[in-house]
Design a protein around this ligand. Structure first.
Ligand SMILES: NC(=O)c1ccc[n+]([C@@H]2O[C@H](COP(=O)([O-])OP(=O)(O)OC[C@H]3O[C@@H](n4cnc5c(N)ncnc54)[C@H](O)[C@@H]3O)[C@@H](O)[C@H]2O)c1
Length: 318
């Protein structure tokens, strides 16, 4: 298949691009490198340096394509609160530009990176796709707006769309791993504390209503996530928009992650408890029943493997 991957120079996009190439697909990567890295793009893919805000560049990138996987976005919750315009422009207007260009090019298949952030602070756990969507940040709001837009395009333009709502993506595949700046994700930050022995890892609150008082999240290996994208490409049906949560159905607390890091690295993590952050839900764990049913997908990696692969990547890329 000929596939356009927006955001293919980023963390998750680069892993999916490498898998698509391995499977024999022809891939074009469209990315402005604002948070991505050109050296993460598989050399067998064609790279187009362009912005989601450039309609002409999008139209030309879509030439000869059959489907799109759309990762390109801004995705820092805190930044979205201080600079919401950047999020509405990149995430919503950028996607509108993409969908309009897809109509013009008659490319009507799309897999979209949505997020658990659309659910806000869910009332029950595990979270299913029918849970209320009350995002607590412009980031989550902008992603929810794109999910809604995709539903409209499936109806009015006979698009075939799948939104994948990721929970906490982590781990690495060989030389492809997290290189976010700033890094806001737990696992690379704890590993940094271990690799840089002067660094003390801060835990935001230890009196949450959880088994050990620290927040619980659902960590999914980026390799498992990538497989779900490849499968999603084969399940696209015109006129239908599937929304699927992607996680492992396993909750790990911050202290579980600290223990996993200590077990994998053989080193002690120096921690200190600080105030809870506003807006952090205590528990975010998803059901993945629907994803299993619709995609025929099942995650295979657990937390120790996620930490092990992230650690190998970080040691090699310090
Ligand atoms: N990492 C996670 O845990 C997680 C969880 C839920 C959802 N997501 C979503 O998954 C997607 C990928 O996340 P990631 O962690 O790989 O992030 P990333 O920042 O590594 O990748 C995003 C890519 O999009 C590109 N990009 C950003 N703005 C662009 C623009 N205007 N034009 C063209 N390219 C642009 C960046 O340069 C980067 O290569 C995002 O849409 C994110 O919201 C990620």
């Amino acid at each position: 298949m000929k596939i356009l991957v927006t955001g293919g120079a980023g963390y998750i996009g680069s892993v999916v691009v490498a898998d698509l190439i391995k499977l024999g697909h022809q891939v074009k990567v469209f990315d402005d490198l604002s948070t991505g890295h050109e050296d993460a793009i598989d050399p067998a893919a064609t790279f187009i340096n362009g912005s989601m805000l450039d309609k002409l560049a999008l139209a030309s990138a879509l030439h000869n394509c059959e489907a799109v996987i759309h990762f390109a976005a801004k995705s820092l919750v805190g930044e979205s609160v201080t600079n919401p315009e950047l999020y509405w422009n990149t995430n919503l207007i950028g996607t509108k530009n993409l969908l309009t260009a897809m109509v013009q090019a008659d490319v009507r298949k799309i897999v979209f990176s949505s997020t658990a952030a659309v659910y806000g602070d869910p009332l029950s756990s595990p979270i299913t796709e029918t849970a209320q969507t009350i995002p607590k940040s412009p980031y989550g709001e902008s992603k929810l707006a794109v999910d809604d837009l995709l539903s409209e395009f499936c109806q009015s333009e006979k698009f075939a769309a799948i939104s994948l709502r990721y929970f906490n993506v982590a781990g690495a595949v060989g030389n492809l791993g997290e290189r976010h700046s700033p890094e806001t994700h737990l696992i690379p930050n704890i590993l940094s504390a271990v690799l840089n022995s002067e660094h003390i890892f801060e835990i935001y609150g230890d009196s949450w209503p959880t088994k050990d008082g620290t927040c619980i999240r659902d960590y999914i290996h980026v390799a498992d996530l990538s497989v779900a994208h490849v499968k999603a490409l084969t399940k696209l049906t015109h006129g239908t928009h599937h929304i699927l949560n992607l996680g492992t159905e396993t909750g790990s607390s911050v202290l579980d992650v600290v223990a996993a890091v200590e077990a994998v690295t053989g080193k002690k993590v120096e921690t200190q408890i600080s105030s809870p952050r506003d807006g952090d839900p205590a528990i975010l764990v998803t059901s993945n029943k629907l994803a299993k049913e619709i995609l025929g997908w099942e995650p295979v990696y657990d937390l120790p493997k996620i930490v092990e692969d992230a650690y190998e990547f970080m040691k090699a890329n310090r």
